[in-house]
Ligand binder design. Structure first.
Ligand code: ASP
Ligand code: MG
Length: 417
């Protein structure tokens, strides 16, 4: 079995869906698991609905817009599929009914159950379009397989239960080619609630399914022709990383290379399943291969720049050293509030961290202030350079105020203003 993953950009409109069918026809007509994200910017729109819903504001307009857009795309790509049209309408009705009830009081839980609709809608449409194009397939609700804990908005996978579920599922499928269309990003807890794996989590879903199925390979179809040594939208003369190891890819995505979600690589590495990153816009482009067979990794300098970072400095009010107890309390708060630390540094009296500047991070600062003296710098950039050379470092930091600098043998990191 192969796994293909299509992100939001690849299914943003009818043309994207037709292209997806073309990719499937050209590259994988037999056993295939297709993982799809929500269409285009649907997840952002659903987030806006969640915030409005939780604030008691009106959600009608946003909701109607999404409903109209999805029904219009379905009408274009599978005009005679009345069964799926009915199913889609039913799904919108279910969301409407949810929004007409009062929030549960747990924002993250409500978030997951609302935002997950995006993937359900997109997969219903993809499945219908493939069928209309003569590609027989089964639509699967990923929540019947991917079991998670109740850590809403970044749920953790229960691998054992999920493995049992997939075995049952595969046994139930009819003989012949197995072609399945399912959602990325979403899961189901043992409490029976919908969960999500965190924004951009569909890549991780592809890895989860590949792991559970012992797949032969995973291909992530993107709007860029592979992994590059820097963001091609920001820098001229970027180079394709045509063959890199899992380890290198984990490092790059951990530091913020947005091509693949950081959690994707580990399950693949465990089972030695190769990952291909290819362009859905240029089907002849070779793309990047990530596996452990690469003898000579592309060890050219790669750099990743994360904008809109907050550099937060935390000091105990009583000037007690930042010892283990303080650190464990601080880490616990970050984990509880789902704020990811991108870089950290400590001295005797202060613990400094770099995080994305988000409403959550700002909230966390307020919480920390109850116990600690907290100062911060906003508008920072976090620059990470793998396999650095002095020339690259000089170019990247020229004319910028350097706030933090860290270097290891392979990686240099800077917080600049
Ligand atoms: N639709 C989700 C998001 O936009 C998951 C994904 O695209 O990977 O975050
Ligand atoms: Mg998306």
């Amino acid at each position: 079995m192969k796994v293909f993953k299509f992100g939001g950009a690849s299914v943003k409109d009818a043309a994207g869906l037709k292209n997806l069918a073309e990719v499937v026809k050209q590259f994988a007509l037999d056993d295939l698991m297709i993982i799809v994200s929500a269409m285009g910017k649907t997840t952002n729109a659903l987030e806006a609905i969640v915030w409005a819903y939780c604030d008691g504001r009106d959600t009608k307009e946003l909701f109607e817009q999404l409903r109209r857009d999805h029904l219009a795309v379905l009408a274009e790509v599978a005009p005679s599929d009345v069964a799926v049209a009915a199913e889609l309408i039913l799904n919108f009705d279910t969301l409407r009914a949810t929004l007409d009830r009062a929030p549960s009081g747990n924002v993250d839980k409500d978030y997951d159950s609302i935002v997950a609709f995006g993937e359900v809608w997109s997969t219903l449409i993809v499945s219908a379009h493939l069928r209309a194009s003569g590609i027989v397939n089964t639509w699967l609700d990923a929540r019947t397989v991917v079991r998670t804990d109740e850590h809403y908005r970044s749920a953790r996978v229960d691998w054992e239960t999920s493995a049992l579920r997939i075995t049952e599922l595969m046994d139930d499928l009819e003989e012949g080619p197995k072609r399945i269309v399912t959602q990325g990003f979403i899961g189901f807890s043992s409490e029976g609630t919908t969960t999500t794996l965190g924004r951009e989590g569909s890549d991780f879903s592809a890895a989860i399914f590949a792991y559970l199925l012992n797949a032969e390979s995973v291909t992530i179809w993107k709007d860029v022709p592979g992994m590059f040594n820097a963001d091609p939208n920001r820098f001229p003369d970027t180079k394709l990383l045509s063959h890199i190891s899992y380890k290198e890819a984990i490092e790059l995505s951990y530091f913020g290379a947005s091509v693949i979600h950081p959690r994707t690589l580990q399950p693949l590495q465990k089972k030695q399943i190769p990952l291909f990153v290819r362009s859905f816009m240029d089907l002849s482009a070779p793309g990047s291969t990530i596996d452990d067979r690469s003898e000579n990794d592309s060890l050219i300098p790669s750099f990743i720049i994360k904008p809109r970072q907050l550099l937060i400095s935390i000091t105990p009010r009583d000037l007690s050293f930042i010892v283990e107890e303080n650190l464990s309390v601080i880490f616990k708060l970050f984990a509880e509030m789902n704020v990811r630390i991108d870089l950290m540094q400590n001295s005797a009296l202060a613990f400094s961290v770099v995080v994305d500047d988000s409403p959550r991070s700002r909230e966390l600062i307020d919480v920390l202030r109850a116990e600690y003296e907290v100062r911060y710098n906003d508008g920072c950039e976090l620059i990470t350079v793998r396999h650095y050379d002095e020339e690259t470092l000089r170019k990247l930091t020229a004319g910028k105020e350097l706030l933090v600098e860290q270097r290891s043998r392979s990686t240099a990191r800077f917080v600049v203003h």
